[in-house]
Design a protein around this ligand. Sequence first.
Ligand SMILES: Cc1cc2nc3c(=O)[nH]c(=O)nc-3n(C[C@H](O)[C@H](O)[C@H](O)COP(=O)(O)O)c2cc1C
Length: 218
Amino acid sequence: MVAIAFPACPCYPEARSQDERRGMAVRAVVIAGSPRKGGNSDIMAEYLVSGLRHGGAEVEVVYARDVNVSHCLACYHCSRTGQCIQRDDMQRLYDLFLHCHRICLVTPIFFCQVPSITQAIIERTQTLWVRKYHRHEEVPPLEYPREGLVAAVGATRGQRIFDGLRCAARYWLDSVGIESPRLLTYNGIDEKGAVRERPEVLEEMRQAGLRLAQPEGW
Ligand SMILES: Cc1cc2nc3c(=O)[nH]c(=O)nc-3n(C[C@H](O)[C@H](O)[C@H](O)COP(=O)(O)O)c2cc1C
């Protein structure tokens, strides 16, 4: 099977030599997955971003509630063409997913899954999954290894509430060449802002950002 490389993204340069990449910052995208502005996962995302930036990474934050991304139509236009038939903010997210060294999602749990606004982003990554597995295209190599982090927060105590997301995260990020994303899960956090009473959670998020900002990764 012939491997076809993705076309270069106009936003970022092609893979560079060792000399050229010296001093090049790690690029990260952080998706904040909740419809609740200023809620627990937004606060956690802030600490993650602060760690990433403090560690020297270039970060783009995407609030799922603010982007216009429809659900997947399952039309398989992407299987024939390599492109999604829908034209919305997902085009920008495809670029970020392909050209960032770190992909992070911070999300609440809604009925043992992610909120539908975040699920739409995950579903639409199907285009990249299809490019990899139906069209046998290679995910473009980057200067540093790719890594993924999914941090999730739920109100109840059960560990099973994260099972669906654990599985979804694996398949979602595999589409962009991330094999073993890290999953950080936090129970017992419900009211808006309640995570501020859990400083250990916020510190863990900041530390995660600092680690992910290093070119060699976590
Ligand atoms: C529609 C909806 C469904 C929810 N489902 C669950 C659930 O299945 N398990 C759970 O532990 N918490 C559930 N919760 C609680 C949220 O996960 C919790 O309040 C979380 O802290 C919200 O984070 P946010 O402030 O970032 O939105 C649900 C909340 C909503 C609004």
